[in-house]
Design a protein around this ligand. Structure first.
Ligand code: AMP
Length: 299
């Protein structure tokens, strides 16, 4: 079923309080009225396949704003891998059901590709001062150009007062703060804590693609991160790195792509621990074709 058909079939009865907009000109009128009345807007960009992690951002945004725009848009330019883009879960009907628990101050924006890319699906290139070249940037070439491009459009169109991003994608959060500084957007960027499954696995839309055995084994990711946090300060970065590699070495379901301890602001790999600096451990793991990322604050 087409997205619009799903929305139409849901709107009249079940979702009577929800306002769903599927192009920019429709939401623009509402934003103008909110602005005229001095209302504050929060923005939560998502790629759909919503879970409690997304809902936690929306809840926080509802507490801190008069209206909240939740976008659902699978941004093609931030995928460096076409198969990953094709396999990304698309379940708008279920997403709308999950959003029913919010009141009519939540505006759902499901833009058309042409709203976001009127001149064709291409990325702008950004210089984020080097943080774009670490970790995710290194392993997913062009990824942060795609993120910068889509958010430049969203921020320019929607002009939110506050925008909410999860620390689950910590490097992305730092990139967004940089983007706002470079482009002089008048929006506060608010980081939100990582929500986890009872097993410790960070919630992610991609978890929907894991089979039972992968799901079972993926507990190891957070277990390893917790151990790293314990060892930080007593073991060297090199020893910790070796322990992490060992933990994944014989696992038949998980393949370690990278593990890094990095400075939170520069995202450069740890050389020597300096006082007054904050460090985080970052990890990317493949479970079959599914790529999972996570991180933990170390001090
Ligand atoms: P996505 O739909 O994956 O692009 O995510 C949309 C937003 O939700 C991003 O700011 C993510 O960092 C955030 N997010 C995703 N997973 C989680 C989680 N487990 N806990 C908190 N925020 C999350």
């Amino acid at each position: 079923m087409q997205i619009e058909q799903i929305i139409l079939s849901l709107q009249p009865n079940q979702n009577s309080y929800m306002q769903v907009f599927n192009n920019f000109s429709a939401i623009k009128q509402v934003l103008i009225s909110i602005n005229e009345e001095g209302g504050k807007t929060g923005f939560v960009p998502t790629m759909g396949a919503l879970h409690e992690g997304h809902l936690s951002l929306i809840t926080k945004a509802c507490l801190e704003n008069d209206f909240v725009i939740v976008s659902i848009f699978i941004n093609p330019t931030q995928f460096n891998n076409l198969e990953d883009f094709d396999a990304y879960p698309r379940i708008v009907g279920q997403d709308l059901e999950m959003l029913e628990k919010f009141d009519d101050r939540v505006l759902i924006f499901i833009p058309q590709v042409e709203d976001i890319y009127p001149n064709g699906i291409v990325s702008q290139h950004f210089d984020f001062g080097g943080i774009e070249n670490q970790m995710e940037g290194k392993f997913r070439p062009g990824h942060f150009d795609g993120v910068g491009t889509v958010l430049t459009t969203f921020f320019s169109l929607l002009k939110p007062d506050n925008a909410y991003f999860g620390e689950k994608d910590f490097q992305q959060l730092q990139i967004v703060k940089k983007l706002v500084a470079i482009q002089n957007f008048e929006v506060n960027i608010i980081g939100c804590p990582i929500l986890r499954e009872p097993t410790g696995l960070a919630m992610s839309s991609r978890n929907k693609r894991l089979n039972d055995s992968q799901l079972q084994e993926s507990k190891l990711i957070f277990k390893v991160l917790k151990q790293v946090k314990k060892d930080f300060g007593t073991k060297s970065a090199k020893e910790i790195m070796q322990d992490v590699q060992k933990a994944f070495k014989n696992n038949t379901e998980l393949n370690l792509e990278y593990f890094e301890i990095a400075d939170e602001s520069t995202l450069k790999p740890l050389q020597i621990v300096e006082k007054n600096k904050k460090y985080r451990a970052f990890i990317a793991v493949f479970a079959g074709e599914v790529r999972l990322i996570d991180n933990i604050a170390l001090n």
